[in-house]
Ligand binder design. Structure first.
Ligand code: DQQ
Length: 563
């Protein structure tokens, strides 16, 4: 079979799975990422596992593709891959939420019943924390939610800035049997996690001191606070306070989700951190690309902690209005503490692999200096790729300059097309045949003193589309890998307008949004490349076409039937 014919056959098979949506006038809608059928979506809210069902709520505008009228939309799943959209769970009906029902979290209480705490913004955008409970907790789908008659439960008083007081976390139970939450805020210009305690989940008392604060940041949105196990392979329930654990505090600011690790003492409600937010050399983020306002939850069924993040668009508001939609959710990621104990590891949940179909694989292959190699035979617009690179001649690596502390800046300066010694090498995804359009996800390796090396991971969107008026930022992260003893691994989940990349088995993640004009559907290609002067070896490359996930309104659900 000639090459163009092979591509046509693959496309026909792919179309059978994917329908006309992606093929015609909606080339940027995704195949296996969560998104509503239309309109605006932002933060993931209140994820939980309840009576055999995964629930995802999210910030949604029922009327338009831009932010406004914020409502809690609700979808459910049995495997975190296929989703069913239900009726909206919480809509603005009361004066304390006239300007929207903003972000919040779910907690399964001691009696096994779930509760949601969320922020209401009134007509002046002043913010209040509110409670909603299921009308019928024995319904695993939790279709209807009732607002507490005691709302608003927590008001912005004293030194709290009413315009910057939101996004309550999942609660955890202290040794004194009191529930605790934190609410994000800004006090005196500083980001802060304000602590509250409650016996009954209705009456909340503010702690004398916040759980944590930072004078290096402004407002903290969507905080998250949870334990991770040291040397463990399971996630932990939010109320686990003892054993070999550390705690993670995440705050969303400056368009990124930043985290710190530390020791939490529940008796005193103190949190002593190992590093600070935004410190040079230890600015840890869940993702160094587009990923914001995330929320994690403990999956008691599979004993793991799972993270969702909102992936914003990089096109214009006018583009969103003409597409009729805006915003994606990331592929859910499991969270574990790395064995070094110094950082987290994020990895796409195993279930996503059920969508893998046609596979291509190569072992032990040279990627010569200056070469570009097309990975054939899979649907490059909707794919999952895993590749690992083995390096030799590391002593030749360019010297690391001690002033290079900002990986994003370094990636911007040293673009994928700029030759180096060891790297840039990696993948060109969503690329057109002639490479006029390409998103490069790649590594460069630099030499420090005493035969230590620095691995830089970049995602370069500068050539991702011929279309003007898009944000085409280049992102970067340092990956804590020792290339002398380890291969450098990269996994990219490519889905039409999103590329989620995981370097070093999840030590560094970079998510990018791209809108190619040429490299769409069957015209998208995938390449491996090496623009360094040293050859690189691909020890293994596996790629799969991905099927489309079933993400449908409840009426369109084919099976199993829902009561
Ligand atoms: N989005 C919500 C807020 C939150 C922000 C409003 C973060 O509650 O702080 O839609 O994206």
């Amino acid at each position: 079979m000639s090459k163009p014919l092979t591509r046509a056959v693959i496309f026909c098979i792919w179309l059978a799975f994917n329908g006309v949506d992606a093929a015609s006038n909606q080339p940027y809608r995704t195949g296996f990422h969560f998104q509503p059928p239309k309109n605006w979506m932002n933060d993931p809210n209140g994820p939980m596992y309840y009576k055999g069902v995964y629930h995802l709520f999210y910030q949604y505008n029922p009327y338009s593709a831009i932010w406004g009228n914020i409502t809690w939309a609700h979808s459910i799943s049995y495997d975190l891959v296929d989703w069913i959209h239900l009726e909206h769970a919480i809509s603005p009906t009361e004066p304390y939420e006239a300007n929207g029902c903003w972000s919040g979290s779910a907690t399964v209480l001691v009696d096994g019943k779930p509760s949601i705490l969320y922020t209401g913004a009134n007509s002046k955008n002043q913010q209040f924390q509110n409670l909603a409970v299921p009308k019928n907790p024995s319904d695993p789908l939790l279709k209807e939610w009732i607002k507490s008659p005691h709302n608003p439960l927590i008001s912005p008083v004293d030194d709290i800035d009413p315009l910057n007081f939101r996004d309550p976390t999942t609660a955890w139970l202290g040794p004194d049997r009191l529930w605790r939450i934190i609410v994000g805020g800004e006090i005196g210009g500083q980001g802060v996690a304000i602590l509250y305690r409650s016996e009954d989940f209705v009456n909340w008392t503010r702690g004398k001191t916040p759980l944590h604060t930072s004078n290096k940041t402004g407002m903290w949105e969507c905080p998250d606070f949870y334990p991770v196990s040291i040397n463990g392979s399971n996630g932990l329930d939010t109320s686990v306070l003892a054993g070999l654990i550390k705690h993670v505090l995440k705050a969303s600011f400056n368009n990124n989700d930043h985290y710190v690790l530390g020791r939490y003492t529940p008796e005193m409600d103190t949190f002593s951190v190992e590093t600070n937010f935004l410190s040079n050399g230890s600015d840890m983020r869940y993702d160094y690309g587009k990923f914001y306002a995330s929320k994690s939850f403990y999956d008691s069924d599979k004993k793991r902690r799972i993270l969702w993040g909102w992936i914003l668009e990089s096109d214009s508001e006018a583009d969103d209005i003409s597409k009729g939609w805006s915003g994606l959710q990331s592929i859910p990621r499991s969270i574990l503490l790395d064995e070094s104990g110094k950082q987290l590891l994020l990895w796409p949940i195993k279930e996503i692999e059920k969508l893998r179909t046609k596979q291509v694989s190569f072992d032990d292959m040279d990627l010569k200096s200056g070469s570009v190699f097309e990975v054939p035979g899979i649907m490059a617009a909707q794919a999952d790729i895993e590749v690992s690179f083995r390096l030799s001649g590391l002593k030749e690596a360019e010297e690391m300059n001690t002033s290079w502390v900002d990986p994003e800046l370094l990636c911007k300066e040293k673009k994928a097309s700029m030759n180096g010694t060891i790297g840039p090498f990696g993948l060109l995804v969503l690329a057109s045949k002639d490479l006029e359009e390409q998103t490069a996800v790649y590594f460069r390796v630099f030499r420090k003193q005493y035969e230590k090396y620095v691995v830089l991971m970049c995602s370069d969107q500068s050539r991702s589309s011929l279309k003007e008026g898009l944000e085409k930022t280049t992102y970067g992260a340092f990956v804590d890998i020792d290339p002398v003893h380890e291969t450098i691994s990269l996994r990219s989940l490519i889905d039409h307008s999103i590329v989620e990349s995981f370097g070093g088995n999840g030590k560094a993640c970079i998510t990018a949004r791209v809108y190619p004009k040429l490299a769409i559907n069957q015209d998208a290609h995938l390449y491996a490349f090496n623009n360094g002067t040293m050859d690189v070896r691909i020890s293994k490359l596996s790629g799969w076409s991905m099927k489309r996930a079933q993400i449908v309104p409840i009426q369109k659900r084919r099976k199993p039937s829902i009561t």
